[in-house]
Design a protein around this ligand. Structure first.
Ligand SMILES: [Zn+2]
Length: 99
């Protein structure tokens, strides 16, 4: 079993196994954050994962998930949605638009 050494904000140095660590990849997938439950104080810790940390964690076999950044909803889209709600056939328009 691979031992991962990292630091808890409360306790300092801690040792974890790969199953203790969850990696969240963002953007194009080579950076992100990793989180773990400190084995000493049981608090959830989050640490930024640089490209180097990501490659190390992936090499040791930690579970990971990819977080896709959502596109922001624009003001025109909101007002169009509100207009649709005011009309009687908003549901048909919604279905017709493929939403
Ligand atoms: Zn701790």
């Amino acid at each position: 079993m691979t031992t991962i050494r990292t630091t808890c904000g409360e306790c300092g140095d801690v040792e974890l196994t790969t199953s203790d660590v969850a990696l969240e990849l963002t953007g194009n997938g080579d950076e992100g954050t990793y989180r773990f439950v400190c084995p000493t104080c049981l608090s959830i810790q989050r640490r930024p994962a640089t490209r180097r940390v990501v490659s190390i964690l992936l090499a040791t076999g930690v579970a990971y998930e990819v977080t896709v950044e959502r596109a922001m909803i624009t003001e025109p889209e909101i007002s169009r949605f509100v207009d649709m709600l005011d009309s009687d056939d908003w549901f048909n328009e919604l279905v017709a638009s493929g939403g």
